[in-house]
Design a protein around this ligand. Structure first.
Ligand code: MLT
Length: 240
């Protein structure tokens, strides 16, 4: 298995993805929300790019069966049911519901890699389960940190480095690209305190400034679920 990391969130040519597994990571906070919502019983997540699309998509389902979630500028969108804090995605709110989700970077990232053989959502919450899935497929792996409006995101690359660390710990003889090596080195720098990486990152600091400081330690929790969400035909559902 070769493991590469897309250090900048730029579109990847479809031809290079067709035989790969891709793990999309947006720890702060889109993939943390996705993993949390599914682990709390949400039926499926429908990632969409725009707010208008979210309202349109939501209106195609019977009332009471669908929730609109996501953010712009990290804040809940007017008329939406939920923001983009994973702590909001409680079982009593999301169980049995379909969630139409739109976020600045994370939901967009799934469409950038949709031609891959398998597209998974990764976060610290499900890092061990995702590592085991990657080893089980045996496919070459591209880790896709969703970045921060086109820029490198420290916290997502650290999470990608942890995924590589876990895959190697499972005994997988993986060949790492230079980007894979860099992610692993970054993870080792922050492994004792993942929230330190969050606090250094631009997006982590923005979240603190906007009143979401509590989301940082919440999103740094490791292996809290075995759920592996997979993106297929426009929907994210638990692998099964
Ligand atoms: C994103 O997708 O850009 C993030 O999840 C934004 C956020 O949660 O603030």
């Amino acid at each position: 298995m070769q493991i590469d990391v897309q250090l900048l969130p730029i579109p990847v040519p479809a031809s290079s993805l067709s035989r790969k597994t891709v793990v999309v990571i947006d720890v702060l906070r889109a993939t943390s929300v996705i993993v949390q919502a599914i682990s709390q019983g949400a039926l499926e997540i429908l990632p969409v790019i725009t707010v208008e699309e979210a309202f349109r998509r939501g209106s195609t389902f019977p009332e009471g069966t669908v929730l609109l979630g996501g953010e712009r500028g990290s804040r809940k969108i007017d008329g939406f049911d939920l923001g983009n804090s994973p702590k909001e995605y409680l079982p009593e709110k999301v169980r049995g519901k379909r969630i139409v989700l739109t976020t600045t970077n994370g939901t967009r990232a799934f469409y950038s890699v949709m031609s891959a053989k398998e597209v998974l959502a990764g976060a610290f919450f499900n890092i061990g389960a995702v590592a085991r899935r990657c080893v089980a497929t045996g496919d070459d792996l591209l880790i896709y940190p969703s970045g921060d409006t086109g820029r490198f995101s420290l916290e997502d690359v650290v999470c990608g480095g942890m995924l590589i660390h876990r895959i190697l710990s499972l005994g997988e003889k993986a060949e790492l690209t230079d980007a894979g090596q860099a992610a692993l080195i970054l993870y080792r720098r922050f492994e004792a305190d993942l929230t330190e990486a969050f606090r250094l990152s631009i997006h982590g600091r923005d979240l603190i400034g906007r009143g979401f400081e509590e989301d940082l330690p919440f999103c740094a929790r490791i292996d809290v679920t075995e759920v592996v969400p997979v993106f297929r035909e426009g929907a994210i559902r638990p692998l099964g």
